[in-house]
Write a protein that binds this ligand. Structure first.
Ligand SMILES: *Cc1c(COP(=O)(O)O)cnc(C)c1O
Length: 359
């Protein structure tokens, strides 16, 4: 059985060495005589797993001591609500909307309070990042929110917005650990791990401790960040197996040299693909060059039937999940950390061949 090159946006491809290690430890995790799926979350073995995972993540990202790390559940979509509940005590926050996910985040905040869109690229179907150097941010906005890499629309903030001294909150789901970030620039970073880091079912939130409210009257226990921080993400049963896989991925990244090396690899892959797209007569990239995502590469032929034909033939050739998101059509190649350079090379060679055959 051969593995394909899997360009899925998420859940997405994982590093093969990680999958192999997980397989080898499936029946007996390090002499415990049981799988990680079968052990108590209060056991010494699992305590070792979660504590090592957090320590490795802190080391990889250089997370300062005054930031707390949470391993959560409920989908990153739940964080659209809980970020607002926890970090906007005055129920006021400003949002930059650059695609599907930041749009969902602001809609969720609107249910709970006063959320204002201070910039958007909706006018051109989110094909660029708007100028965020001098935004009309409300003085009493609790934070400014961005989705730093829009998974569906394929754009990315390569410089952070000027928040004029306000706290910055970023959804980094589809770029988490893809490049170095300066955690100090943020009040909160959150990410669903199923894009770049692990299996579905785990979200990681990193939050500056002084922003976490002590008391939240009327808010259910599970929705308070403090609950999870105080208990080291073990207030209730966490997604144990997913956290274990994330931990293996952290080790894999560390062994390869950390986030600088991830970025180098990711730039090299994205450059190969975008350079081809820019030279192609058949395929066109959809995002402004300066705002292109290193992770999610969107492109079209401009002809729906041709797009379909391409996706079908690519799948036949072992290049899977290239169909664009249902909301925008076309194609999308997600080239996360675990996608090898050879996978992108194979894709570009196939596209070139397809272009010649369909000229
Ligand atoms: C996938 C994704 C989400 C939502 O994640 P769920 O875990 O499905 O709720 C949020 N933000 C971004 C940027 C995503 O890519």
């Amino acid at each position: 059985m051969a593995r394909v090159y899997n360009f899925s946006a998420g859940p997405a491809t994982l590093p093969e060495p990680v999958l192999k290690q997980a397989a080898s430890e499936m029946l007996d995790y390090q002499g415990t005589g049981m799988s990680v799926m079968e052990m108590s979350h209060r056991s010494a073995a699992f305590k070792g797993i979660i504590e090592t995972a957090e320590a490795d993540l802190r080391e990889l990202m250089g997370i300062p001591d005054n930031y707390k790390v949470m391993f959560l559940q409920g989908g990153d979509s739940l964080l659209f609500a809980t970020v607002f509940m926890n970090l906007a005590p005055n129920k006021k926050a400003d949002y930059i909307v650059t695609g599907n996910w930041s749009n969902k985040a602001v809609k969720e905040a609107e249910i709970l309070g006063d959320a204002k869109v201070v910039a958007t690229s909706k006018d051109k179907n989110f094909s660029y990042i708007p100028d965020c150097s001098d935004l009309d941010i409300r003085d009493d906005a609790s934070y400014v929110y961005i989705c730093q890499n829009e998974t569906v629309h394929g754009n990315q903030f390569h410089t952070l917005p000027n928040t004029k001294g306000h706290v910055l909150v970023a959804d980094q789901s589809s770029m988490f650990l893809s490049e170095p970030v300066d955690v100090k620039q943020y009040g909160c970073i959150h990410a669903g791990v199923q894009k770049n880091v692990g299996p579905a079912g785990v979200q990681i939130a990193i939050v500056r401790e002084d922003l976490v409210p002590e008391d939240m009257p009327g808010v259910p226990t599970m929705l308070r960040f403090k609950t999870h921080i105080d208990k080291g993400s073990l207030y209730n049963t966490p997604p144990c197996y997913g956290i274990y896989i994330c931990g293996l991925v952290f080790k894999w990244i560390k062994e390869l040299g950390g986030l600088e090396v991830m970025k180098e690899r990711n730039v090299k892959k994205a450059t190969l693909l975008y350079d081809y797209l820019d030279s192609s007569k058949l395929f066109k990239p959809t995002v402004d060059p300066k705002d292109r995502s290193l992770m999610n590469v969107d492109f079209v032929t401009g002809d729906d039937d041709m797009d379909k034909k391409f996706v079908a033939e690519a799948t036949e050739a072992g290049l899977s999940n290239l169909k664009g998101h249902r909301s925008i059509g076309g194609m999308r190649a997600s080239i996360y950390n675990a996608m090898p350079y050879e996978g992108v090379q194979a894709l570009v060679e196939f596209m070139d061949k397809f272009e010649k055959e369909n000229a």
